[in-house]
Design a protein. Structure first.
Length: 573
């Protein structure tokens, strides 16, 4: 979200857009001299987005009235996956006023190693038609110097050339919930129930792994039975860190005689999307060289094509409306009233993560009579409770009390804009937070972090000016969570701030006071960190902890009691 000067800027850009569209139409004859347009509506990722209103997909949608816009920093990038290796002979860039003065056009076979086929440091923006020559499946703009104080913005990023045959419009997922077998599987404390079927269940939080005792050897394999003969056009592998460097994708008619339709000795792990061509009832990943001392492990083994005997996977939830208010709590009760029991449940008992507080039954969470919920941390021993040793007294009786509320079974949802206006508590050892957990944490007892965790706001008292937004999932959690720190330039507890996230099936963008500072692009996350596990219901949590792994312990400088004030929580969807 931008300030008034930026909105004035957008009015002027409308004229730029009209000019750019007209100029683009004038260049149609130039574009037709090259190969056909091969980038439209292809998968696209970017290093960042200014907000959910300007996603990278807008640059390849064929609509010159929509655009991608990056965050306001250098460098940035945007890349398109053509689906198969292509001979690229032309790129057309339709710039918004926030253009790149310096950039490279690059191609890659694997989305990792790049070759520059065009470079400039004197770009003038507008519509640029670049006759180029290169071969690759991926085409990237590597943007290194902005022409304005804003980010980079493109109405359209078009790639022309010729490509081989790839997945067709009628191809679908054939492997969902189909029988799977493997060379071995793991079922122990480190990976309980990591059966072959976990790789074909369309659940990115479950995985197959080879057996720790007998299966951490080469070769290792997993096979899916499609139920009938199928034409295979694409295979998607979402690897755990125990991935294959060398492997083949093989097909068979009888689960005995195998034909290789893909082979590599340079597997890179994470998410690999392979364009293949073959026919068979059985499809096998046959690994011959492991990436490390462990075995082979896949979160997902997906086979696409036509034929077979497919079971349609469950559809994604509908896209949210970020402007329609669906639920809220304004906390307008009288002083000392408890939170609305129709909306919130108090969690009672000791904290986790080596925290030192005992969460009470709303004794520490009450209305302040001025339109706020007050969650108060107090020095107050709780007889009969058990906590880690207090750093001052050494006692294992909980020496502090606080409050933690959740909306489980009262309000839970998939996708939307979630925001809260909060004045945080801040002192040595304090840890206020506004966050969400996957509802399957309670409903099916799915363990953390497999359920997914979305931290909209965390603050720790030892960093007076900073807040954090972080995602936690089976492949990235705890200190390795995927997140971003934001320095506000002043003490966070000096005023109320609005913390928000916009969340759908392709991205999450986090905001503080209406300004986006961190965007998680699903495709990029899967390519670099691990599975996206957030396509299901989550519930809301408000709490204020003391001590624990993240903030560290309280000490002589800790001032108590401390109040976390919440003006409102609102969900739009």
């Amino acid at each position: 979200m931008q300030t008034v000067p930026s909105r004035k800027r957008l009015l002027s850009l409308g004229l730029v857009a009209v000019t750019a569209i007209a100029l683009g139409q004038a260049l149609t004859g130039t574009a037709s001299a090259a190969g056909p347009l091969i980038s439209q509506n292809r998968p696209v990722t970017a290093s960042s987005s200014e907000s959910a209103a300007f996603p990278p997909s807008a640059a390849v949608d064929g609509d010159a009235g929509t655009r991608w816009s990056s965050q306001f920093s250098d460098p940035q990038s945007i890349q398109v996956d053509l689906g198969a290796t292509a001979a690229v002979d032309q790129v057309v860039l339709n710039w918004e006023a926030a253009y790149a003065r310096a950039y490279d056009v690059q191609v890659s076979d694997n989305g990792s190693t790049w070759t520059t086929i065009y470079s400039t440091t004197t770009s003038s923006g507008g519509v640029q038609t670049l006759p180029i020559t290169g071969n690759g499946r991926y085409v990237r703009l590597n943007l290194t110097a902005r022409a304005t104080q804003w980010g980079y913005s493109l109405w359209e990023f078009q790639v022309f050339g010729t490509t081989g045959s790839g997945p067709g419009p009628n191809d679908g997922l054939l492997s969902y919930n189909k029988p799977a077998t493997a060379s071995s599987h793991q079922d122990d404390g480190m990976c309980p129930g990591c059966l072959p079927a976990k790789a074909t269940d369309h659940d990115p939080a479950t995985r197959w792994a080879t057996n720790a005792t007998t299966g951490w050897v080469d070769p290792g394999w997993i096979t899916v039975d499609l139920g009938a003969t199928a034409t295979i056009t694409k295979v998607v592998l979402q690897w755990d860190p125990a991935y294959a460097v060398s492997y083949q994708i093989q097909v068979s008619d009888d689960n005995s005689t195998w034909r290789s339709i893909y082979s590599t000795t340079a597997g890179k792990g994470f998410k690999e999307t392979l364009t293949v061509s073959g026919t068979g009832r059985y499809v096998r990943m046959y690994g011959t060289q492991r990436s490390n001392g462990y075995g082979y492990s896949l979160w997902e083994f997906q086979v696409y094509g036509t034929g077979g005997s497919p079971t349609p996977p469950p559809p994604l939830p509908p896209a949210p409306d970020f402007t329609r208010l669906a639920w809220s709590d304004e906390f307008n009760g009288p002083a000392n009233a408890v939170p609305d029991p129709a909306k919130w449940t108090p969690e009672i008992g000791p904290g986790v993560n080596n925290e030192l507080q005992y969460y009470t039954n709303n004794e520490n969470a009450r209305m302040d009579g001025a339109g706020n919920l007050r969650i108060q941390v107090r020095r107050q021993a709780t007889p009969g409770s058990a906590c880690p040793p207090d750093p001052i007294s050494g006692s294992t009786t909980c020496q502090y009390t606080s409050g933690r509320l959740n909306s489980y079974n009262k309000f839970q949802f998939t996708y939307g804009k979630v925001e809260a206006r909060i004045k945080v508590s801040s002192s040595q050892g304090l840890w206020p937070a506004f966050w969400m957990l996957g509802s399957n944490f309670f409903s099916t007892r799915t363990p953390w972090p497999n359920c997914g965790e979305i931290d909209i706001m965390e603050h720790v008292g030892r960093e007076l000016n900073a807040v954090y937004s972080t995602l936690h999932a089976p492949a990235y959690f705890g200190a390795g969570g995927y997140g971003q720190r934001l320095d506000l330039g002043q003490r966070v507890d000096a005023a109320f701030h609005t913390f928000a996230v916009e969340w759908d099936s392709t991205h999450m963008t986090f905001f503080v006071d209406g300004r986006s500072f961190f965007t998680v692009d699903r495709t990029q996350l899967e390519l670099t960190r691990g599975p996206w596990v957030y396509d299901h219901d989550h519930f809301l949590i408000l709490n204020s902890a003391i001590g624990g792994d993240f903030p560290g312990p309280p000490g002589a400088g800790t001032v108590l009691p401390q109040d976390m004030l919440v003006d409102y929580v609102r969900v739009y969807r």
